[in-house]
Design a protein around this ligand. Sequence first.
Ligand code: NAD
Ligand code: DAU
Length: 337
Amino acid sequence: MKRILVTGGAGFIGSNFVRMVLAEEKDCLLVNLDNLTYAGNLENLAGFENHPNHKFIKGDICDGPLVEKIIDSHKIEVIINFAAESHVDRSISAPKIFIETNVIGTLTLLEAARDKKLKRFIQISTDEVYGSLGAEGKFTEETSLHPNSPYSASKASADHLVQAFGHTWGLPYNITRCSNNYGPYQFPEKMIPLMINNALNDKELPVYGDGLQVRDWLYAYDHCKAIWMVLTKGKPGEIYNIGGCNEKRNLEVVKFILERLKKPESLIRHITDRLGHDRRYAIDAAKIMSRLRWKPTVSFEEGMAKTIDWYLANQKWLKNVVSGNYQKYYEQMYLNR
Ligand code: NAD
Ligand code: DAU
């Protein structure tokens, strides 16, 4: 049996990963450590309270003794670190917590992984560590790091720490750098769920600047599949870029949402641009495609249709995660069993 400590497993991508593994892998224990920030919600894991292969623990990745205790008591072999402060706009208004969680938190996990001699440490990083592209070119694993926001600077710092632990102590690691994810359970501060939520409520859709910035979108399930392949087939010490080959301008994405929900484009409102806004991201995922035989399985049109339908069917979830309703209810279900 694989015994994995997943951090941040109550957030968007972490909870998609937990759902995928529990549904598809029989021989795997997931211990899920998450301190349930505004972005972490046990409602994302509803239905898995009593799953024999899933144990949720509320706690902070900066808490070294807790992390060591979990590794010992559950005989953990691998850490997959999803936990992070993940929203660029928040990092611009309040950067400190990004350093605490994304840098100190990762360092804490690395020290425990080194001391407990874990078999693998997988750091879930981001394409934003590479900075911003002009009209041409794509990020490869060899592209040098030029983070532009406090968020991406904190993630780049964490990547450097992971590599330093590999180099200095021989910690077997992988770093994955993925492009923008979308799909069910994404907190509605990120562009796609925010635009869906606003459109559903006939509120204006706030497009930063000219809306011609480009992001490379990947359905979260495909990201999770790629992480599983890195865990099971990846070579220690390697970085893998993960991307959707799906470059879209923000305005195209917003118009797609409005059309699908049959709402008027007059809801679009161009507002002041994000400070230091990265213009374009695009991932070259040739390495993971050729070496691990991964490829995206969900097209942008299919993934967006699924995502919009999911938010339409889960408007109660939307209200609850924004208001914090039911958080205590789910905490009791998880923590008192
Ligand atoms: P998210 O904000 O939805 O979830 C983060 C989770 O981490 C939450 O459940 C939160 O409660 C938890 N957390 C935060 N601080 C913690 C701490 N100190 N201790 C324990 N748990 C803590 O983020 P996401 O979008 O799911 O992103 C997950 C990871 O993937 C992040 O590392 C992010 O950098 C990376 N990533 C995200 C995207 C994307 O498009 N969302 C793309 C590439 C990489
Ligand atoms: O590229 C991977 C990264 O993608 C992850 O590492 C981050 O955790 C994740 O948040 C995401 O970062 P972005 O800044 O690209 O995502 P966001 O959804 O915040 O914004 C997407 C684009 O939409 C970006 O160009 C800013 C724009 N935008 C965003 C919001 C929230 C708007 O125009 N209006 C908005 O209200």
